[in-house]
Ligand binder design. Structure first.
Ligand code: 9MG
Length: 276
């Protein structure tokens, strides 16, 4: 199964690594915007050298309690970085945004994927992706980032996440988005407790039955902290275990901070899968 991202074709039956590139002011400790952007592009260059197939550029943190940014601020953070990476590096640029204006402008500047943790629910988001005609990752979230971890509840998390994603695929199709351009993501840690996250990970193969490639992101997340008791900067081994399990269970894209190590883990998983 192949997908095209701004002219680059990927075999989605394989597993690819997406490097995380946050361009929020606290991401690079230098102050000025120019240095900040230069540091972001250097980091992207390193992730490409380490084997990333995608760089996911995000200008608004989705952590509970993170400050909201204006549309203009998000455009100013994200667009120059998207444009420079698309021009300079051999990689697919993904834009991590829920803001229609950012989706449209980033696609014009060369982004090959829209990654929306709010599943194209903001006004104008479905239309922005339909007219940009780029692939999109639709992620499940329960609630809003600020409050999503306050006692999330499900009767049956797998069924409810599946139903939500199916409903969003239908809305996307009605808005004119080509369904062959849709990637789905169960949204680990987005309105889920540890039990919910584990049930979803254990059932990843069942989510594949929805008929779309899957993207997963567990790198450094608190679910891994709950299991291991480790702080965020000590979660690499747990992140690699989660990436390996996901690749074995058929994920097409793993979103990760530690690209070099994750690429190695995914290569081992794919080699084993090929031997079956
Ligand atoms: C932006 N972002 C943070 N975590 C994520 C995840 O798990 N999936 C996707 N698609 N995006 C994420």
């Amino acid at each position: 199964m192949e997908m095209e991202f701004a002219g680059r074709v990927l075999d989605m039956s394989l597993c690819h690594v997406m490097g995380v590139l946050n361009v929020t002011p606290d991401s690079f400790s230098d102050g000025g915007r120019f240095n900040h952007q230069g540091a972001a592009i250097l980091r992207a260059r390193q992730m490409v050298a380490d084997g990333a197939a995608f760089i996911d550029v995000g200008g608004e943190s989705t952590r509970p309690g993170a400050a909201r940014v204006s549309v203009q601020e998000e455009l100013d953070r994200v667009c120059p970085v998207v444009e420079a990476i698309a021009r300079e590096l051999d990689v697919i640029v993904s834009v991590d945004t829920s803001t229609p204006e950012v989706m449209s402008q980033a696609a014009e500047l060369g982004a090959g994927l829209v990654n929306d943790v709010r599943a194209l629910c903001r006004d104008g988001a479905l239309e922005a992706v339909a007219s940009a005609n780029v692939p999109v990752c639709i992620m499940h979230i329960q609630g809003e980032p600020d409050t999503m971890q306050n006692q999330p509840e499900y009767q049956n998390v797998l069924r409810e996440v599946g139903a939500f994603l199916t409903q969003r695929v239908r809305a996307a199709a009605q808005a004119g988005i080509n369904t062959r351009n849709i990637i789905l993501d169960p949204g680990f840690g987005f309105g889920k407790n540890l039990e919910h996250n584990l049930r979803l990970l254990a059932s990843l193969e069942q989510l594949q039955a929805l008929g779309h490639p899957l993207l997963v992101g567990m790198s450094r997340k608190s679910m891994l902290g709950h299991i291991t008791g480790r702080d965020v900067d000590e979660r690499l081994p747990a992140s690699l275990a989660a990436a390996t399990i996901s690749a074995m269970m058929g994920a097409s894209i793993i979103r990760a901070h530690d690209v070099r190590e994750t690429v190695d883990a995914v290569r081992v998983a794919m080699a084993v899968k090929e031997a079956v």
